[in-house]
Design a protein around this ligand. Structure first.
Ligand SMILES: Nc1nc2c(ncn2[C@@H]2O[C@H](COP(=O)(O)OP(=O)(O)O)[C@@H](O)[C@H]2O)c(=O)[nH]1
Ligand SMILES: [Mg+2]
Length: 384
């Protein structure tokens, strides 16, 4: 005799709950899929929320745009293109300038300030000034902005370089790279040729601009109270900054009054205990020079400089700038320039919005954008 056991009430109940849950989930998934066919999403990503709620879109403010009828009469802001460069980099600088001019500056004619720790050659001056119709200025960097401060033990610095070189740390063995990073961290904004300006755009040799920039970026940042703009955010090589974060923590303990209450600290550290290595890639920067000249930043730089890490380690201007920005500014004062497509090998940012590509405004491949790749800190910027 076969005995068929009647299922208990409890197990029947669980079966019902299971079936109902399964039906709800599959309906929601199918519905979401159906909506996605019409570019409508049920669940929003941090990126979407960022663009809807936080992003200031320059395209929406037509007053910032270049007017081809009145081009010659435009009123510029007090800004300059700042280029720290060596004579030997002339040809790759010419290539940067060509794209920069074509995409942006032939419209707005912002002046260039070229800086060098050595005298610029006649050839350099002739070629670069021929590449633009804007004003060009050439400056030598004063020795005190590009040399060892008195408190640095140069033998110890040399040992540190040799050790880093042996450990194959990028630029670990280079002395000039350290002077460059220290200059960009603490001095470029005080150079006699830069002192008169309020805004700057940092330009390097060998970079590319792959989309038209039809609006005045300096007007945009001024109007929207933006202090700093970036296109790529990524992780620093941790071997270059072993004691940077501890030094920053000592500084903030001593000067807590400089911390902004609504800062973007979460971008660089979850709890404040450790630095997560995220930084804005500073070979591209658009910003307000007065921030770097402010008392809090100068104190910050001097504190770091005294600690010696620019020479005993290999502190880069990118993490130094980024940490200061994240601690001293409100998040809203830092802008992600999504519309500026920029490449500095090996990474590039290319906007993924279809319209700019369909309108022929860009020559980059959105699939190559670094935004969502491993090592990019942009997703964490969106999630703040
Ligand atoms: N005048 C001068 N410029 C330098 C020197 N070293 C680097 N630079 C400039 O500083 C910027 C950063 O240097 P780069 O070699 O591009 O470093 P990377 O971008 O970190 O690979 C570039 O604009 C270089 O032209 C130097 O010794 N003298
Ligand atoms: Mg570079």
């Amino acid at each position: 005799m076969v005995i068929i056991k009647k299922p208990s009430k409890r197990s029947l109940y669980f079966q019902y709950v299971f079936l109902i849950t399964l039906t709800i989930i599959s309906s929601v998934v199918s519905f979401a899929f159906f909506l996605s066919l019409f570019d409508i999403t049920l669940f929003k990503s941090n990126r979407q929320i960022f663009f809807e709620k936080e992003y200031i879109n320059p395209a929406k403010d037509r007053t910032l745009f270049y007017d081809y009828n009145y081009g010659k009469d435009i009123v510029r802001e007090n800004g300059a293109i700042v280029v720290l460069v060596r004579n030997e980099e002339l040809s790759s600088l010419m290539s940067s300038m060509r794209q920069f001019e074509d995409r942006f500056n032939k419209k707005f004619q912002y002046p260039y300030v070229f800086l060098n720790d050595k005298e610029f050659t006649k050839e350099f001056i002739k070629s670069t000034s021929a590449m633009t119709t804007a004003e060009t200025k050439y400056g030598l960097i004063p020795v005190e902005m590009w040399s060892y401060p008195s408190w640095i033990n140069q033998t110890k610095a040399k040992h540190a370089r040799d050790e880093m070189q042996e450990n194959k740390v990028i630029y670990g063995g280079s002395e000039s790279y350290r002077h460059m990073c220290r200059f960009n961290s603490g001095f470029f904004f005080r150079h006699p040729l830069i002192e008169q300006y309020d805004y700057y755009w940092r330009l390097e040799p060998g970079v590319e601009f792959m989309c038209d920039i039809d609006y005045d970026v300096f007007k945009f940042i001024k109007k929207n109270n933006i202090t700093y703009g970036f296109t790529i955010a990524l992780m620093e090589v941790k071997e270059t900054i072993p004691t940077l974060w501890d030094t920053v923590k000592e500084f903030t303990k001593e000067y807590p009054q400089y911390l902004n209450k609504n800062n973007a600290m979460k971008f660089i550290s979850n709890t404040g205990k450790n630095y997560n290595m995220c930084h804005f890639w500073s070979n591209f920067e658009i910003g307000d020079l007065n921030f770097w000249r402010s008392e809090k930043y100068i104190k910050f730089f001097e504190y770091l400089d005294k600690a010696g890490g620019f020479f005993y380690e290999r502190w880069g201007d990118a993490p130094v700038h980024s940490i200061a920005l994240a601690l001293f500014l409100e998040k809203t004062q830092i802008h992600f320039f999504n519309d500026i497509s920029y490449r500095h090998s090996p990474f590039e940012h290319c906007p993924i919005e279809k319209n700019v590509h369909e309108e022929g405004k860009c020559h980059c491949n959105p699939e190559k954008t670094f935004d969502f790749t491993w090592g990019s800190c942009l997703p964490s910027w969106f999630s703040l």
